[in-house]
Each structure stands twice: as C-alpha cells, then as structure tokens.
Ligand binder design. Sequence first.
Ligand code: C2E
Ligand code: MG
Ligand code: MG
Length: 580
Amino acid sequence: MSDKSTILIVDDEIVSRYTVEALLSSEGYELVFAESGEEALEKAVELVPDLMLLDVMMPGMNGFEVCQLLRANPRLAELPVVMVTALDDRESRIKGIEAGADDFMSKPFDRAELRARIRTITRLNRYRRLVETEEKLAYLANYDPLTSLPNRNLLMERMRQTLGRASRNQQGVAVLVLDLDGFQMINDSLGHEVGDKMLQEVASRLTHTVSVGATVARLSGDEFVIMEEANDPVKQVSDIAQRVLDAISQFMMLNQHEIVITASLGISVFPSDGEEPSGLLKNANIALSRAKAEGKNTYQFFTGEMNTMALKRLILENQLRKVLERNELCLYYQPQVELASGRIVGLEALLRWQHPELGFVSPGQFISVAEEMGLIIPIGEWVLRTACIQNQIWQEAGLPPIRMSVNVSGRQFQDPGLLQMIKNVLVETGLNPIYLELELTESMLMEENINRKESVFAVLTQLQTMGIHIAIDDFGTGYSSLSYLKRFPLNTLKIDRSFVQDVNTNTDDAAITTAIIAMAHSLQLTVVAEGVETKEQLAFLEKRQCEIVQGYFFSPPISVKEMTKMLKQVNEKPFLFPSA
Ligand code: C2E
Ligand code: MG
Ligand code: MG
C-alpha cells in the first residue's frame, strides 16, 4: 500500500473536476478522475481507492446507481463514498443513504470543509486497513490457517502461561502429542484435498473431545498437541487419551470416501517429566514413538511408572465389573469397644476384595474407582445386606445384640433409590434398625449444592426416624465445623485416626482431639476414636471421656469366623485396660 491515499473523483463536468483538483492539490493525495458512472466503476475495481467523491447528477449511470453497484461488490463494499448533491436536497440525501453513501457534500465546495472531511475519512479508512492487515498478520503468526487451531508459536506461549500458573498453584499439566497413523498413505492415495479435509475433521473432533480449558494446537503435518491441566495424571489423563483415540477412530466421510484412521499419543506430565515447554514436548514425542512401536491406536506415558499405573487401573476397572458375579468380595469386622465396660458395643463392617490373580486389593485402592464407575451402588447394597444378615445371625446365636456400622459413600447418597434399598434390606433380613449405623463422611454433608444438601438432610432425617444411627466418619479431615454439623441429625462422631495417632506426641493434635470430644458431647454425640493402637492413646482418650474406641489395640478387622470367636470371648470376659 502506498502511503498516499487515493481519491477517485467522479464528475461529468470538467469545471467541477478542476475545482476539486485545485482545492486538494496541496494536500498530498493521489487524485484520479472519472467522467461517468461506468468509468468510475471500472477505475474503482482496478485501483480500490481510499475514497470516492461521487457526483449524483450525471448523464447515463447516476451516482445512486454507482453507489449501489459498489456496495454489491465485496471488494468495494467498504469503500467510503462521499456523495455530491445539490445544496439542501433532502430527498437526494435520503436516496443516497439508501444507496449506501457514507457522507454528503454540496456544490459549490467550501475549501476548508472539503479538505477537513476528506482528511478525516481517508485517515479513518487507512487506519481500518492497517488494523485489518495487522490482525491478519497476527492471526497468521499464531494460528494454523487450515484448521484454525493455534500453531506452535501460540502453543508455546500458552504453555509458558499455563506452566507458570500451574507451578504457583502446585497443579499438574499434561501434554499429549498426537500423530495420525498412516496419514501419508491417505495423502498419497486419495490426494491432498482429502488429506486437508481429514486434518480439519481431526481438529474439530479434538476440540470437541477435550475440556473447555484445554489447548489443542497443530504443530505441523498431522502432528497435534493437547495441553490440559490435570491433577491426577494416571486417571484423568488416561481418560482424556482414551477419549481422544476413540473420537479419532470413528469413521469419516471425506469426498464420498468412507475412511477410518487411528492416532497414536505420547504423554508427558508437568512437573515430573519436565518443567519447560520444550522439555515436555520432547518427552511427549519420545513417548509417542513408543506408542507407535506398540502398534498404533494407543497411548504411552513418558514415565514407565505411569504406564504401569495406567495399565493397572484398566485391569482394575475390568476386574471390578465382575467382582459381584464372581463372588470375590467379603466383609471383615472390627470391634468398637466401650471404654467404661470393656465390652464390644459395635462392629464396623469393612470391605475386602480377594482377586484370584491380583491378590488382595485394599478398599483404598478400589472404592474410589468403584465410585467413579457407579459400581459402588450395587456393591454398597451387597455390603449392607451382608452386614445386616451377619448381625442377625450373631443375635440369633444368642450373642448380646450390638450395632453394625456400615460405610456409605457419597455416590450412594446421590442415588434416589437409597432409602428404599435400605428399607428393603432391613425387611428382608429382619434386623431391627436400631442395630444399624451408617457412616458418612463430612465432605458428603459439605457439598456446595443446596439441592443436594436438602435431600441428604431429608434422607438422614427419615433414616433416623426409623431408628438407624448416623455417624460422621473420619471427622477432622474435612472442613466442616461442629456448629455446621449441628444442623444434621447425627448420633456418632468418629475422630479420624490421624489425630489419634499423635495425641501423645503432638500438642496440636492433643488439643484438637480434646476440643472435638468436648464439643461433640455438648451436641449430645457419642464419640468413637479410630485407629487406637497404644495404651498411651487409650489413656489419653479415657481421660477425656471418649466413649468408644476402635483400633488395632483391640483388634484389626477380622473374618466372620474369628469375629464369632472374639464376640464369645469378650462377652464372657470384657477387655481390661492397663490404665484403668
Ligand atoms: P474407615 O471407614 O475410616 O475405616 C477405618 C480404616 O482404618 C480401615 O481401613 C481399618 O482397617 C483401619 N484401621 C482400623 N484401626 C486401625 C489402627 O489401629 N491403625 C491403623 N493404621 N488403621 C486402622 P480399611 O479397611 O482399609 O478401609 C479403608 C477405608 O475404605 C474405610 O475407612 C472406608 O472409608 C472405606 N471402606 C471400607 N469398606 C467400605 C464399604 O463397605 N463401603 C464404602 N463406601 N467404603 C468402605
Ligand atoms: Mg468407617
Ligand atoms: Mg474412619
């Protein structure tokens, strides 16, 4: 673009043309003239001027028609047009506006007015063009024109920002490098047009598969990168990776060809696999070549350890699906001992999974997975039924009736069928509801969702009305205050093992435990201390009038057979405490 603005002056009268030329000659514009509407359109197309000064009254094509035709041409639609009309001709001006004129002037021209108007309009127009050009350049510098995805440049920029934020917030970030399997063959056999369409389709599938905050970029050819913040790389990232592979491998219709393509993914994770964008990309690429070697349509983490964990998780999920039909679950029971009497007043039912090949899988490993899969609903029902049946069996065997505590996960409380399920189990097993206690965690009550809070509240109230006890498990690990808990119908508060552990060595834990017990009592809650292992801990708790204790000091969770024996023994001879 030359730095002079070009003005096209359209007028059939030679005197008018001379006048304008004289008035604008010293202003440094490039002046071009047309004597008719037809000539004006030709020159406008050829030159794309910065401004057109257009006389309305011309033989042949008049100014209105010229203006209308200009506006119909996409290249000239934005060209500023100043229409020259007879003085105060209101009707012409209205027609001019309809035809698309931007401004009006009338003859004879006033020198100062003409200069000022033209100066303003050309300046605005040049500015607009400059902005457009800069925007175009900025766009090309940061985006891939084929797919409209960020390019390497913008990806690196976003990575720097995201990694900076992640390290401040101590969060993880996953970098997934994707490469299509056999893309070259598609390009060679079906042509570049199909290849391009495929890349656009892949870009759109990726964008729809990842979460909103993620960045999807195209680096080159068929190489794409996804960057997403992730706190649990093994689970969250392997889920993303699998979703991406599934999305890509759906068939595509491209120019009447039905094509199936797969992709391979290499994954690196910040900060463990690198702290800089370039290092993370390099390691993700190393993982990518391993994924290709694995036989494509698969993903690999850079770290071997993470691959093992991802694989384990996959196996776990598959095995967990069959756990009920294969009858691999059983319950262990741990006694809850009343400090005043040394008697067993309750049992906590704790889930155990014995897998023929995986061996013993601890609840810490599989319960969260079962929750995510929704499997905790049928598993939870099995636990409740088994525990109630067992409690009934012990009572019928003549042992003193005691309360059975069953853990209930938050996910179960989202199930609208929970209440009915509990009622059914109690009817089926014939267990008196006063011998059942349900253990909930603090976080379940703390859920931000008001609606849920109400329904949890409603369910708890109904359960308590039936005579079932409600206990808060692992108290102290969440954020709730006792005054918050006061709103809920509760009977028992279980102090988390982490406080009990250090009551004799850590003054903070001692103070907190003391305060929790005192406040629980003021709310008429029974206190159970979890994880009691030593006689010193026991003495501490006894002194603060904690009612019930549970822990290895008395017994770890044990099988039905062992528990039957223990119940009989303790019934005859209650526990004796060294401190008492
Ligand atoms: P929890 O409900 O807090 O259960 C207490 C855990 O502490 C049990 O671990 C128990 O074996 C352990 N424990 C008891 N006394 C001691 C002690 O003196 N020292 C130490 N170090 N540990 C002790 P477990 O059986 O591995 O269960 C872990 C968690 O899994 C449970 O924590 C509970 O949240 C969950 N869970 C277990 N069974 C079920 C179930 O049937 N349903 C649901 N939803 N969750 C369950
Ligand atoms: Mg529990
Ligand atoms: Mg607990």
